[in-house]
Design a binder for this molecule. Structure first.
Ligand code: FAD
Length: 360
């Protein structure tokens, strides 16, 4: 075995970016690997254009540290109020570029793309190596608990019934105003009458452009666009730059940690003595019919995510962040949003570094 890294981070979406940069900034040699050819994960590649979970319900940053730093760098506009919560509209290319710049300016960090996780070796309850590298600690930011799955550690799951998948794509050259719900409803009605599966429109930062989230199948997207072009005023010249329309899955797999964060904790705005991140995003669940159900925290409240929910229960040097934290299906329906993923990523980076410090 040729090389040793103090910390390995698997997955370079919002949580992995935060975890890897934070871990390396503590002075620990850090390896970030992803099966994809570039950094970004869901936030950089799915077509999403709103970063949720960064703010409290007054529109103020809810976490300092890397989540705020990253948001400030990609920010091109003020946060926008959506229902009772605030979101940051962003461009995916800026999200990816910011991540690359962070990596380039973090000396202790090495990245490997097109590198799926493999050969995870566990000895005496510790991961000792993966992908042929000796490692001191591991942070699973894969969104689907790939490390835990590879070593047979206990996982929790959320499912498609409460977290339906969607096909996300941008539509350009839309000359119709889509900002308000009433405006969007006038477009949704003809689509529903024509038998298309439920669709959600969101204005984004590009002028005359909207982000579409469809509960339909990828092969229905060209028909949907053609219908809009021929039947809906303001969409006559609309088009999408995408050639393929992958399904984006809200549902994932979580690792059982020392504590399982619950939906009751979220709604009660529970505080914890070992808190490492804050979140005020509601429990947001999507049905197969494309309807979102929101359960909000009390006004002005936030809950705290404990360090115990970022530490695997049985593997002593395995930490997790983002969509894989130890949470039940209700709690992850809040904590999975990207602002929170950035915060738990940064926290996991620090926890892994502290763990190594405690082993000396
Ligand atoms: C339809 C939909 C709409 C959403 N809308 C919003 C929204 O508007 N705002 C918001 O804030 N959030 C939204 N979310 C939630 C949010 O985007 C995700 O929960 C969040 O981005 C997850 O970040 P992550 O870092 O945990 O994982 P991901 O971003 O999924 O990153 C995981 C990374 O791990 C890599 N990986 C996976 N397996 C392996 C492996 N075996 N080996 C190596 N690498 C691997 C992947 O390639 C990927 O790069 C939405 C999600 C979906 C699906």
């Amino acid at each position: 075995m040729s090389k040793q890294f103090d910390i390995a981070v698997i997955g370079s979406g919002a949580s992995g970016i935060a975890a890897a940069v934070t871990a390396a900034r503590t002075g620990r040699t850090t390896l970030l690997l992803d099966k994809n050819p570039a950094t970004g994960g869901t936030g950089g590649f799915s077509g999403l254009t709103t970063l949720c979970g960064l703010y409290d319900d007054g529109g103020n940053f809810i976490n300092d540290g890397f989540a705020k730093e990253f948001a400030e760098i990609i920010s091109e506009t003020a946060p926008v109020k959506m229902g009772r919560a605030w979101v940051l509209p962003y461009r995916p290319e800026k999200f990816r570029e910011a991540a690359e710049n962070f990596f380039a300016s973090t000396p202790k960090l090495k990245t490997r793309w097109n590198t799926p996780l493999k050969n995870v070796v566990v000895e005496s309850g510790h991961i000792v190596s993966l992908n042929g590298f000796n490692v001191g600690a591991v942070i699973d930011c894969s969104g689907t608990a790939e490390v835990a799955f590879a070593v047979g550690a206990e996982c929790l799951a959320t499912d498609e019934k409460t977290q339906a998948s969607a096909v996300i794509f941008p539509l350009q050259n839309v000359t119709r105003e889509m900002l308000t719900r009433a405006a969007a409803a006038q477009v949704l009605l003809p689509l529903a009458r024509a038998g298309f599966p439920p669709v959600n429109f969101q204005s984004n930062l590009e002028p005359n452009s909207v982000t579409v989230k469809s509960t339909g199948q990828p092969e229905q997207v060209p028909q949907l666009i053609e219908f809009l072009r021929t039947h809906v005023h303001g969409f006559e010249n609309c088009s999408t730059p995408l050639k393929e329309f992958p399904i984006a899955r809200r549902a994932g797999r979580m690792i059982v940690g020392e504590y399982v964060l619950t939906g009751a904790d979220v709604l009660a705005a529970k505080k914890n003595p070992d808190a490492v991140a804050r979140c005020a995003w509601p429990i947001e669940q999507w049905s197969a019919e494309g309807v979102a159900k929101y359960r909000y925290l009390p006004p002005g409240a936030h809950y705290e995510i404990p360090a115990r929910s970022l530490r695997a229960a049985k593997i002593k040097n395995l930490f997790m962040a983002g969509k894989t934290i130890s949470a039940d299906a209700d709690a992850i329906a809040s904590a999975r949003v990207m602002g929170c993923c950035l915060a738990t990523g940064a926290a996991a980076g620090n926890l892994a570094a502290n763990y190594l410090g405690s082993q000396k």
